[in-house]
Design a protein around this ligand. Sequence first.
Ligand SMILES: Cc1ncc(COP(=O)(O)O)c(C=O)c1O
Length: 435
Amino acid sequence: MSRLLQTGLNAGKEPVIKVVDGEGVYFILADGRRLIDGSNTGGPLGHKHPAMVEAMIKAASNPVINEGWFWAEREAAAEELIDIAFGEEKSWVGAVRFFISGSEANDLALTFSQALTGRTELATRERAFHGMTGLSRQMTVQPHWHGGLALQSGGSKAVPTQVPVRIIPGPVDAKYGVVSDNRTLAERMAGTEQALSAVAATIIDYTQGGTYYDPEYQDYVANAARKAGSLWIADEVVTGLGRSGRWFAFQGGETRPDIVTLGKCLAGGSAPAGAVVMSKEIVDNMKDKSWQTYSTFRAHPSAVAAIRAYLSVMKDGEIIRRVKTLEAKMQQGLVEIARRHPSVARVDGFGLHWTVELHGPDWRNWYADTTVSPIASRVASRAIEAGAIIGTSGEQTSLFLAPSFIITDSELDTLLAALDHGLAVADAEFERGAA
Ligand SMILES: Cc1ncc(COP(=O)(O)O)c(C=O)c1O
């Protein structure tokens, strides 16, 4: 038995896939199989991208320098992030601080907001995931990702809460499937401003729990937060830096956040990295203050090298345009698949992040407190037979597809065909239930 405590991206006790290597869009397994790596939000350029490999080899010759010392390379990474990724947001962007992960960036953006506003409460939307440390964990409100202990015999041991969390309604949308709530946005969001009235920050992500959104939702929440005196943090850990088919998902709306948090794609998958990017307005407010937080390995030389390499690969916008092109192919392919499979309840997504939700028990009651493999994990296991790994984010009834941006048309066809193959398991279960 392994002495490594395991975390599975797919819930249950399905056979573990033994990855020994990766190349382009493929994982290579111990038994020699090459599988399309279909849900890797941290691997935007796939495995062993030549520019990333070259940068990481050079990075080994960097000094061992911590966050506390001035270092020109770190300054250059900050400037490049602002000039390249936030190039269309010149009038908005203020300054950046690097972190080690998306979770850490969110945790620190939230504590920063509390310090700046003098408020304690925080807000997020229903079914959000913002990370697994400190306040980012508290703002993760999916029942199964509580950060505590799930008992395999049923039930869980939760972590005590640190601050009151307000949960506002999420957007309801679908590219396929029935949206059961027919109320207008204003009707559904009634009372939001009131709910945010004592809140330091309202943090909103754009994909988690299969919830993707439209500019109207963003602008509604942003305006309500502003009126209530709450900061608005756009959690772009998943969507930022290309996955949404533009540099940032927030650019789809009229409003602009106070703070943007980044992770995942930031270092091209070659190093752990996160960032907090503040608006000019917030940075102006900081002129007579210093942000008293430090950690040894933040903006580590390997992360700095990887961030700079990723930005230089993405700079000309070609890969982001390709993601936008693939968005249409993904939507068409997934909707066609959904029509063929009665087990599929809903499909939604954008750019290269898509969710397929199955009919079945309500996600609100899923705590992963069982050894029985949930239906989504069984679909993912069957998809492997057809050549792709698909993640479920530990959900009971939903799968997400988020391949690297370098995926070719035919590789995407294979990924979709694998999902199609896997869904036979869910159809059989659905039909048994209906019989
Ligand atoms: C929207 C969102 N925010 C934050 C995080 C946390 O990032 P990390 O896992 O790098 O700590 C995640 C991770 O999946 C995420 O999906």
